[in-house]
Design a protein around this ligand. Structure first.
Ligand code: SF4
Length: 722
């Protein structure tokens, strides 16, 4: 299949569907440009060019009081007499502009001990936003007044530019060396060593469904995560393993330490935190606490996803499950609920990742974890229903009323509650987005009249849906995508969600958040001038929510009667996340094809594929029953257990099929919970997790008969034939 590359950000499309067949409104998942910005790759140019080796240098310049520098690789000596070099610099660099103006430079030749932080400062950051030398201790000025690096370098070259050639994206400079100094004989760092060295190595991440080529993101995340952020997240994970090991060794399980572990794990979930500096600050905090607890050397980041392929698979499965559970534990905690058994398991689980285990021991840990996650979801269920009441069925309008409004996305009901309290009587309406939709069904949230309806659909459509919206948006949890320029100044984040340069709202010591800037922003933007009718992805005008555990169980006798009379022949639980992959239309088609005597229970943002469809009713029940957020799988499990009890059979004997769509790590912990309950025949899609090795997958197939979705027609026929 032909490959296409985004000419803006370099993302290579390698999806299952040929690029030519992607819908016209397809956008690059990293930078958001349209199909017309993609070019066909005729040969593996990038890989070929990487074979050319270079040294690595920091070139510095000065204009008046402004100093700047950047990493450069394209440097060569042209002549000995006079000593002339040539180098090329990208025009977007501020150093480029200083060189063009002042025509004087210093070049520091980097050595093999150059730390990653040096590259982060001189490569990943721009001098237009910061003063790179403000807190940089290893710089001195040479005779020309320009800074050079005094550490991690073996030579300084100072010179003047004698010639300039425009070469498109770059400028080629010819410079005469006027002064030089050799500091030591340490080896010069080369580009190939830089690429090989673990501390600089390309990222590796395969934790979510959209991972590059179905195997792992290595250059940059399909989600937009940069290698620097990935490195800090890996380091954070290793630090947490070290902290958990120290806590386990000392028998300490303080709330404060477990909170660090929980929020650190949540930070690493897909589409949560893209701010490398903020993640690095969390790393430093966990490290300080690990050292305080007497923790020793930590696991190397390179080993986190290394080693034997099956062990890597099992370790990753447990890690990703723990990351998912951390999100649920965080939501319960902000409502004052925690459980000592769950807390202890965060320590046990994370400490176990740093130890060797047999395959059977890993499997035992994974299934034990699934049981603990059920408990964690139960605690969250208790926290949510305790704070906001039991969900009740509601029709959620998709109409946005004229006037100022705020869109709230993510999962955190507590954030929404605080925002509702602060907007009471202020003339600013609130609309849910993505996984916040079930909020409408909670009596204590619903009672606020300004909670009007739902804006848009699932998370992956945000770059289109927020583009022209005359309102700010608050991200409370995943899934934030790279904000496009058209709405970046309207993005607010809170809790563990962070994106560089976006406004972040922190809680004060009492946990209260001040949303006044967000509210003022909404008033200033003013919203739409007329009511605006939006639709779901199938053109529907409303969505139903609120068929939670309590509502369904209260109606259990009627449901059981309907099964006995043959009015309900089969239940489908279509549960899980949505995503950008075209194959996810499977779930729309599957629900459309579900026969009229079947009920569809649904959870999580995968619902948006079909929740605006009217597929009729069975008795008093709509045929699509929305049970809530992904964590409300706890409620769905209780319903399944109650039905099994009523029919005196096991859950696997019920006329019930679980059709899961997965995207991120909360789906992983939910899946492990279902397996821990020995629920079999689960259909999983749109692809199998990349982190499951063939042997581990075989175990899951043999033990639980997990299957990959095929086509709605074939799967439906096979299920109903049983
Ligand atoms: Fe890739 Fe997913 Fe990891 Fe992002 S979270 S880097 S898309 S595997």
């Amino acid at each position: 299949m032909k490959k296409y590359v985004c000419i803006i950000c370099g993302y290579v499309y390698d999806g299952a569907l040929p690029f030519e067949e992607l819908p016209d409104d397809y956008v690059c998942p990293i930078c958001g440009v349209g199909k017309n910005k993609f070019e066909i790759i005729t040969h593996d140019l990038k890989e070929a060019l990487l074979k050319i080796n270079y040294g690595l240098y920091v070139i510095t310049a000065r204009d008046g009081n402004k100093d700047n520098g950047c990493v450069m690789d394209a440097l060569m000596q042209l002549t000995d007499e006079p000593p002339v070099v040539a180098f090329s610099i990208n025009k977007v660099n501020m150093t480029h502009d200083l060189l063009m103006k002042t025509r004087e430079f210093n070049i520091s030749v980097l050595t093999e001990d150059a730390p990653r932080e040096l590259f982060r400062l001189f490569s990943a950051k721009t001098g237009r936003a910061i003063d790179k030398f403000e807190n940089f201790p290893d710089a001195k000025r040479s005779g020309n007044g320009i800074y050079y690096l005094s550490k991690h370098t073996n030579t300084r070259l100072s010179g003047k530019i004698i010639d300039i050639i425009d070469v498109g994206t770059h400028t080629l400079f010819r410079g005469q060396i006027t002064d030089a100094e050799v500091f030591n004989n340490n080896e010069t760092l080369t580009y190939s060593d830089y690429r090989k060295e673990p501390r600089y190595r390309q990222m590796f991440c395969f934790q979510c469904q959209q991972t590059a080529k179905g195997t792992g993101c290595t250059m940059v995340g399909v989600c937009g995560k940069k290698p620097d952020t990935a490195y800090e997240q890996d380091l954070l994970t290793c630090e947490i393993i070290g902290l958990a090991s120290a806590l386990q060794a000392k028998g300490v399980d303080s709330d404060q330490m477990v909170d660090l572990i929980v929020d650190g794990l949540f930070t690493c979930i897909t589409n949560v935190n893209f701010d490398t500096d903020k993640v690095a600050a969390i790393v430093a905090n966990v490290k300080a606490n690990r050292e305080k607890m007497g923790g020793g050397e930590i696991m190397k980041t390179v080993d986190l996803f290394g080693g034997d392929i099956d062990v890597r698979s099992l370790r990753s499965t447990l890690l990703f499950g723990l990351r998912g559970m951390a999100a649920y534990a965080h939501h319960a905690r902000v409502l004052g609920m925690r459980d000592p058994e769950v807390d202890r398991w965060f320590i046990k689980g994370m400490a176990s990742l740093g130890k060797p285990h047999t395959v059977d021991e890993w499997l035992g840990l994974i299934l034990e974890f699934g049981g603990i996650n059920l408990k964690c979801m139960q605690i969250l269920d208790t926290a949510n229903t305790g704070a906001y009441g039991n969900p009740v069925p509601v029709q959620v309008p998709l109409k946005v009323e004229k006037g100022p409004f705020i869109v709230v996305t993510g999962h955190d009901l507590h954030d929404l509650q605080m925002l509702l309290e602060q907007t009471d009587g202020k003339g600013v309406n609130i609309y849910t987005h993505g996984e916040m939709l079930p909020a409408h069904s909670y009596p204590e949230l619903k009672k606020h009249p300004q909670l009007k309806g739902n804006f848009g659909t699932a998370w992956q459509n945000q770059q289109v849906e927020f583009k022209d919206m005359p309102a700010p948006v608050l991200f409370t949890t995943n899934c934030i995508m790279r904000p496009k320029e058209s709405y970046a100044d309207r993005v607010y984040t809170t809790a563990v969600v962070q994106y560089p340069e976006m406004v972040h709202i922190e809680a004060d010591a009492s946990g209260r958040k001040d949303f006044s800037a967000l509210i003022d922003h909404a008033k200033k933007l003013g919203g739409y001038t007329e009511d605006r009718q939006l639709t779901g992805i199938n053109g529907g005008f409303t969505m139903t929510a609120g068929y939670g555990r309590e509502t369904v169980l209260n109606n259990a006798p009627a449901i059981i009667d309907a099964v006995k009379s043959g009015a309900i022949k089969h239940f489908f639980l279509v549960d899980g996340c949505d995503g950008a992959q075209p194959g996810r239309s499977y779930y729309t088609e599957f629900v459309k094809q579900a026969p009229k005597d079947t009920l569809v229970l649904t959870l999580a943002c995968g619902r948006y594929r079909f929740n605006d469809l009217d597929i009729g009713k069975i008795g008093p029940f709509p045929r699509i029953l929305d049970m809530g957020q992904c964590n409300d799988t706890y409620g769905a499990i209780q319903v399944a257990l109650a039905l099994a009890g009523a029919f005196k059979c096991g859950v696997n004997d019920l006329p019930l099929t679980l059709v899961l769509s997965w995207y991120e790590q909360k789906a992983v912990c939910v899946l492990l919970t279902l397996l821990s309950l020995n629920i079999k025949n689960i259909l999983l899609g749109p692809t199998l997790p990349a982190f499951l090795s063939p042997n581990v997958l075989k175990v899951l197939i043999d033990k639980f008969n997990i299957g990959l979705i095929s086509t709605p027609e074939a799967d439906m026929a096979r299920i109903l034939k049983k």
